[in-house]
Ligand binder design. Sequence first.
Ligand SMILES: Cc1cc2nc3c(=O)[nH]c(=O)nc-3n(C[C@H](O)[C@H](O)[C@H](O)COP(=O)(O)OP(=O)(O)OC[C@H]3O[C@@H](n4cnc5c(N)ncnc54)[C@H](O)[C@@H]3O)c2cc1C
Ligand code: SF4
Length: 513
Amino acid sequence: MIQAKRLRLILGDQLNEHHSWFQKTQDNVTYVLMEVRQETDYVKHHIQKVASFFAAMRAFSDRLIERGHRVIYLRMDDPSNDQNFETNLKKLIRKEKFTHFEYLLPDEVRLDEELKEITGNLVIPHSVQDTEHFLTRRQDVNDFFADKKQFVMETFYRFMRKKHRILMDGKKPAGGKWSYDASNRRRYDNTVPIPDPIVFGNDVSKITEMIHNAKVKTYGEIQPEALIWPVNRSQAVTALNDFLINRLPYFGTYQDAMTRKSWSVFHSRLSFALNTKILHPMEVIQAAVDAWKKNSHVIGIQQTEGFVRQILGWREYMRGMYWALMPDFAKMNFFNHTQPLPRFYWDGRTKMTCMKAVIGQSLRYAYAHHIQRLMVTGNFALLAGVQPDEVDAWYLGIYVDAIQWVEITNTRGMSQYADGGIIATKPYVASANYIHSMSDYCEDCHYDHRARYGQRACPFNSLYWDFLNRHRHKLKKNPRVAMMYRTWDRKDGGEKKKILKQAETYKEKIDDL
Ligand SMILES: Cc1cc2nc3c(=O)[nH]c(=O)nc-3n(C[C@H](O)[C@H](O)[C@H](O)COP(=O)(O)OP(=O)(O)OC[C@H]3O[C@@H](n4cnc5c(N)ncnc54)[C@H](O)[C@@H]3O)c2cc1C
Ligand code: SF4
């Protein structure tokens, strides 16, 4: 019998070398990876994001070849590259006479639809397989919440803990509590030194040159001869081990802390390796749990649980919510916000120290940690009434880990409340009070974090009250916001007027703040 000649497509975020596809080499199977303009151009990306993806794809291709697989790698500057999946695939199938096409389920609706369309037009049969990456299938989160009133992450997370027997002591949670969130909110107080983030020195100068020559529109900074992100399995495992030893012991305690002393504090910075599938979420979770078991005198349960919750809980939940809510989700705009994104999001030039620090490090490293994304840049965009499409495009472009399934759920859902409360139970808005309590930013700022109006009043303060006042009719029934309205209502009329006037002044010259 003549064997089918198979072509298998690997997307840039499907770099899982433990996938069953790669467990044996077969002469009749060829893998293809492509650097295409359709992927560099659907949004304007940070240069480190594009370079990291291409470097990781090239390393993955080399790894497959080393293991004896047949691989076609189409570089962006290859003259035969038509810069989109459809034409490239059709050309390859014709030229190499493939008789069967296979692909792995993409994690984005955009590519899911495109691949369905492409395969519908192919003259050869095709098949689709799972990426074997997530701990749930696309529809599992939706099914889990089918008989429940609200999509509460906590209930799903407890279910996942029990199902996968993670941090369980029989039927009870290890340590007696499901969540240690309450003890994980400490400001950075200098009691423990923050180790320097682990960085790699990947030479991507040729890739960067190719991107520039092709005139791909990018922004942000890069050191082309020393890209900091892990782009292969061995680097990603090194980063994981470094996290377990140097950062996990304080991860939970300082999870929400922001400081000018460090751009990643005790965070793992594993999101790029996880989202490109170089690391499997269960191997990261198990490694953290094992580290805790072996060194429980150094790593407390609250640190480990805090970390496990992010991956076993939030990450899987967001992925499931994406498939439950898309594509309508991408159009939601609960507050009907229409403002453009302020200019300083693109260059970090603002007098607000917190925004300058977070945007500045995002441009420098293509990274900010969760609370910086949520409570500084996300918070400001929501208070300023920015159109959610613009907010999404910024988050999707700037971070090295940004892929739509996890970017849009966090941005449009959790941060901008544009879904009206499906993902988050309240809008994540805060005045300078919060930023001051969780960071050292306000200590050296042009603005006064205590002032609500007046020349040097912190913009977060008046914009916060203005936001609540503007959207009262939409939020008044939310019990989680009730306290904020009680505080507002207690203010006298004159005070309210001054605050709202200050907000108007700031909104009029928002680009100059
Ligand atoms: C507005 C906004 C946009 C975001 N965009 C992205 C994005 O594009 N890509 C992305 O991976 N994460 C995104 N996040 C979630 C989170 O901020 C990042 O996963 C995290 O900062 C990555 O850094 P880390 O690896 O050091 O995380 P750590 O703090 O060390 O956490 C460990 C891991 O947990 C997972 N995780 C943590 N929080 C979340 C979350 N809320 N949702 C899903 N997974 C989570 C990540 O895989 C992360 O690597 C966003 C959050 C906000 C508020
Ligand atoms: S005073 Fe206001 S603008 Fe300045 S750092 Fe603090 S919160 Fe940010």
